[in-house]
Structures are given as structure tokens and as C-alpha cells.
Design a protein around this ligand. Structure first.
Ligand code: FE
Ligand code: FE
Ligand code: ZN
Length: 276
């Protein structure tokens, strides 16, 4: 089995997110650590977090996959944006300590004309200023579609970041099916091969979570437009194989599909039927 859930709105607090996910039939979820467009994070109510932890234990939830705001770009060309982003990253990871044992996913960022090598260096530098051996969160780099100047378009680029990090045991990868497809990996005809490549280049022990999305575009399009499960170019057959792949069992799968709550309920139920 896998854990399945969606990206829930975090405006109502922690316990409310857990309850919302239960209503949808899920047993994991993602949430933005603050407004996805950036800005100041709300103060954490430790009692509210404790109630979520209790709910997760009694309903056997898998690990949560928090998502950094989209405005975070730790490899930006402009120093003030970089500093703002690293401060946000540090603050988010401090807040994640209220929820020990879960994951925090972020987009490595866009190097905006500096070149991928410089981008990789800056991402590693940012991570080296926030990762601590005693922290209780695994930080995940997301596999990206390669839109614009995104860093993380290939497994090799993610590996290059990992190689430069001082506390690699706190760093993992989140495999986004839409992004990996858009980046050109053939999960349709050769899922085994793609995972073998992941293992060879990054190591499957670093694959902690899956962002589970169909794509509006062809393989290799570098577009990053998510579609509902089974309604895009990846398709239901391939996505079912992903759910059932032996190497992906036990991981949290997060839907980031264009749905309302009814749509998520249906997708979660469908994926439960696919599970082995
Ligand atoms: Fe993402
Ligand atoms: Fe994603
Ligand atoms: Zn995306």
C-alpha cells in the first residue's frame, strides 16, 4: 500500500487540515507552510498541532509533505531575493519541528541566467545554512519539469546538490510524476528503467514522497501543467503502475491535481482501488 492524500488549505489550522483530509478519504496530506505567494507565517498553536498529531496516530496517517511557498528561490540571481528565501526556509524548518518526523518539500529554484552549475551551488549553500544533524524533518528537493531556468530538471542536477550538502542524511527527493514526465522521463513505457536510473544517480533510499499528478502536455514538454489523474497525457494505466510499483510502496502520494473537494474524494477512492 501507499499513503494517499491531497494538498489541503492550511488557513484553518493543523487539526482542521487533518479532519478535512479524513473527510476526503486520505491518510496523508500536503500543506503550505505559509501563504503560497510568500509573506509572514501565522504563529503556531502548539495545542492545535498536538491534536493533529493525535488524529494522525489514531487514523494511521503516513508522513505529511509540507510544501514551501512558490516565491521561495534560494538560487535567485538577486541577493535580496536569495536572503529572503533562505530566511523563509530557516523559519519554516523551525516551525516544522512542532511536527517531528514529517517532510518539507521545496523547489530547488530558478537560476535565472546564472547557469545550472551556479544554481546548484547556491541551492547547496542555502541547505548548508539550515540543515542540522539533530533536526526532525527530512527536507525534500522536488524533481522539476525544466520550465524556464529551473534547477532540478534532471536526476543528475539533484545529485549534484546532494553531493555538496554537509548533512545529506536530512535531505531527500520528492518524485513529481507530472514534472518527471514533462522533463522527458518515459514512465509510460519504462517505469522500471526510470526508477533504476533514479537509483543509480540519486539512490532510491532518498525517495521519500511522490507528487501524484497527470500532465496536460506531452512527455518532454517542460511545461509543468498538472491534470486530473487519468485525464492527461500520462494516463490511468501508467499512473496505476506507479501506485502499484513495488519500489514505491509505503510512501506518501500527494495529489496536486486541478480538483475541488468532490474531485479529490473521487480520485482518492479510485487510487485506493488501484492499491495493492
Ligand atoms: Fe511543487
Ligand atoms: Fe509537485
Ligand atoms: Zn508542478
Amino acid at each position: 500500500m501507499i499513503y494517499i492524500g491531497n494538498h489541503v488549505s492550511s488557513s484553518k489550522g493543523f487539526e482542521a487540515m487533518g479532519k478535512q483530509e479524513l473527510d476526503l478519504g486520505g491518510d496523508t496530506f500536503a500543506f503550505f507552510t505559509r501563504n503560497p505567494r510568500g509573506g509572514k507565517a501565522k504563529d503556531i498553536d502548539p495545542e492545535d498541532v498536538k491534536r493533529l498529531i493525535a488524529l494522525m496516530e489514531s487514523h494511521k496517517f503516513g508522513p505529511l509533505v509540507a510544501h514551501a511557498p512558490y516565491t521561495m528561490n534560494v538560487c535567485a540571481a538577486k541577493e535580496d531575493i536569495r536572503k529572503f528565501s533562505v530566511d523563509m526556509l530557516r523559519d519554516d524548518l523551525e516551525r516544522m519541528e512542532y511536527l517531528p518526523g514529517n517532510y518539507y518539500n521545496f523547489h530547488p529554484g530558478s537560476h535565472v541566467g546564472q547557469g545550472a552549475d551556479r544554481g546548484i551551488e547556491l541551492v547547496a549553500e542555502a541547505l548548508n545554512s539550515v540543515l542540522r544533524p539533530d533536526m526532525n524533518t527530512i527536507v525534500l528537493l522536488e524533481t522539476m519539469s525544466g520550465k524556464g531556468s529551473e534547477v532540478g530538471r534532471s536526476f543528475e542536477e539533484l545529485r549534484a546538490v546532494i553531493d555538496r550538502v554537509n548533512v545529506p542524511e536530512k535531505l531527500g527527493v520528492c518524485f513529481d510524476t507530472c514534472h518527471t514526465w514533462d522533463a522527458g522521463r518515459d514512465i509510460e513505457n519504462d517505469l522500471d528503467g526510470v526508477l533504476a536510473e533514479f537509483d543509480r544517480i540519486i539512490g532510491l533510499d532518498r525517495l521519500y514522497a511522490v507528487h501524484f499528478n497527470d500532465s496536460m502536455n506531452d512527455r518532454g514538454s517542460h511545461k509543468d501543467r498538472h491534470n486530473k489523474i487519468g485525464e492527461g497525457h500520462i494516463g490511468a494505466d501508467t499512473l496505476r503502475n506507479v501506485v502499484r510499483h513495488p519500489l514505491l510502496q509505503g510512501k506518501p502520494f500527494i495529489l496536486e491535481t486541478p480538483n475541488d473537494d468532490e474531485g479529490y474524494k473521487k480520485e482518492i477512492a479510485m487510487i485506493r482501488e488501484w492499491m495493492i
